[in-house]
Ligand binder design. Structure first.
Ligand SMILES: [Zn+2]
Length: 169
């Protein structure tokens, strides 16, 4: 929750702020991505009538595994936040649509956790690599070479057995 008391006291003034937000782990394409440290949101917010404008930069560190060698990869998340939250009447009991992202606030606190999480996830790469030229696990390529040999020998071995069996009969 972002405390905007300063903006409420001085409408129309840009208030610098720095906020830390814990981000839960997320699954992307079956990969688990974690954020061990809270994300940092740094910038300014301004109250204009019933709208709070947040203009800030989001930085975080995402931790996942390399798609090729399974090493731990740290990815620096960087995103720009420029959003307007509208003041909502706390007595307003209109039913909330959970699928609709409503950027609203009541009182002196703004819940920016969903927004921060969405922006962090959008900034993640499709797959994580420890290095652009990661060669993957070398052991794995040796194994597949051995498998190919075994497969090559196998049909002939079976044929030979069959042939021997016919000769015996
Ligand atoms: Zn790798």
């Amino acid at each position: 929750m972002l405390d905007i008391t300063a903006a409420l006291k001085a409408p129309g003034t840009s208030i610098p702020f720095e906020h830390m937000e814990e981000l839960p782990p997320v699954q992307t394409l079956g990969e688990e991505v974690t954020f061990p440290k809270p994300a940092r949101v740094k910038g300014e917010f301004t109250l204009m009538d019933d709208a709070l404008v947040i203009d800030a930069a989001l930085t975080a560190t995402a931790v996942a595994t390399c798609a090729r060698c399974l090493e731990t990869v740290e990815y620096p998340v960087k995103a720009k936040i420029y959003e307007t939250f509208l003041r909502a009447d706390p007595r307003d009991t209109a039913e909330e649509d959970p699928w609709e992202e409503r950027l609203v606030f009541t009182g002196h606190r703004v819940d920016i956790s969903h927004l921060v999480m969405s922006l962090a996830v959008l900034d993640l790469p499709i797959r994580f690599l420890c290095a652009k030229d990661c060669a993957g696990i070398t052991l794995e390529s040796d194994d597949s070479a051995n498998e190919e040999e075994t497969l090559d020998e196998h049909p002939f071995g079976a044929l030979k057995q069959l042939f021997t069996k016919f000769q015996e009969e």
